[in-house]
Design a protein around this ligand. Structure first.
Ligand code: S3B
Ligand code: CA
Ligand code: ZN
Length: 329
């Protein structure tokens, strides 16, 4: 059927006015469907289906949830509005920054489902679509309200279609770290992850910090902060071998590469966010594979910087220093 692309309106999770692409169906209803980006951006309502059932339904049967429609151009579901708007922003980031057309570089549809589960404190890419919980209102509010969260989830899809880093141990920590790094590059005004949607009643905290990982308690070892050096890595079995913990070691390296600084006696000259994002994208897209470990991350970033700026460039030197600073040889 002919899709008429038009502009929709709504308010996001934090009450901000949003404008986004919608489509009008043959039934005269308006849908949260953006037909202008790739093969389309669809946002659905999962209607509180338990996450593990939703995962099965969407994984095996491609179920995406109920179409969100409105009989006028105003959409009144804030979680859906932000999931849609933020997916558009992340699509544009990958296209404008790396000329990548969606996560498969062939315009794959970006499908998001909101209201997954009941007070679910999670967001996930399940191989088919993004899933966002509403949070329990204490630990999280609607997770689709976080631009860095959506960039994080969509980067899992990009990683899966490129290096396809195994979600376990060091490769898993790098998988997580690349999602945090791109999350911080899209949500460009800070180096925190999830700050907008984490603990709505507490100001100033975040899920993770890339600039100072140790400033946030490590959930697996609360007496310490997240690790910011390889010598402090988590070596237990929880969280697939600490993929959400050891990611902070590489996150710190990326922060130092981008903004510069001194850590563990090593001073790094920042290359800026524009060069840092190009180095990491090229590393994950061209030089990393499923079992790449931290040492291979260092080499991949050096090679990417060499391709982009030359072997004797200051950027290559900064990559080496950044990984020296976090104790990765
Ligand atoms: C910043 C986004 C993020 O970390 O999402 C997750 C949450 C909130 C819980 C569990 C897993 C994830 C993830 O996507 O890794
Ligand atoms: Ca952020
Ligand atoms: Zn993740």
């Amino acid at each position: 059927n002919a899709i008429d692309n038009m502009t929709g309106f709504g308010k996001g999770v934090f009450g901000e006015k949003q404008k986004f692409e919608i489509a009008k169906g043959d039934d005269g209803q308006y849908y949260l469907y953006d037909g202008t980006r790739g093969k389309g951006i669809h946002t659905f309502d999962a209607k509180e289906i338990p996450p593990f059932i939703f995962n099965i339904l969407s994984g095996l049967f491609g179920y995406t949830g109920e179409e969100i429609k409105s009989n006028h151009k105003f959409f009144s579901d804030p979680a859906a509005v932000d999931a849609h708007v933020n997916a558009e922003k992340v699509y544009d980031y990958y296209k404008d920054t790396f000329n990548r057309n969606s996560f498969d570089n062939e315009g794959a549809q970006l499908i998001s489902s909101v209201h997954v589960g009941n007070g679910w404190n999670n967001a996930a890419w399940n191989g088919v679509l993004m899933m966002y919980g509403d949070g329990d209102g204490t630990t999280f509010t609607s997770l689709s309200g976080g631009l860095d969260v959506i960039a994080h989830e969509l980067t899992h899809a990009v990683t899966e279609r490129s290096a396809n880093l195994v979600y376990e141990g060091e490769p898993g920590a790098l998988n997580e770290s690349l999602s945090d790094i791109m999350g911080a590059m899209v949500d460009r005004d800070d180096w925190q992850m999830g700050e907008d949607i984490y603990t709505p009643d507490i100001e100033g905290d975040a899920l993770r910090s890339l600039n100072d990982p140790a400033s946030i308690p490590n959930p697996l070892n609360p007496s310490e902060g997240y690790p910011d050096n390889y010598s402090k890595r988590y070596t237990g079995d929880l969280d697939h071998g600490g993929v959400h913990i050891n990611s902070s070691i590489n996150n710190k390296a990326a922060y130092l590469l981008s903004d510069g600084g001194t850590a563990y006696g090593v001073t790094v000259k920042g290359v800026g966010r524009d060069a840092a994002e190009q180095i990491y994208y090229r590393a994950v897209n061209n030089y990393m594979t499923a079992n790449s470990d931290f040492s291979m991350m260092r080499q991949a970033a050096i090679q990417a910087a060499t391709d982009l700026y030359g072997a004797d460039s200051s950027q290559v030197e900064s990559v080496k220093k950044a990984y020296d600073a976090v104790g990765v040889e």
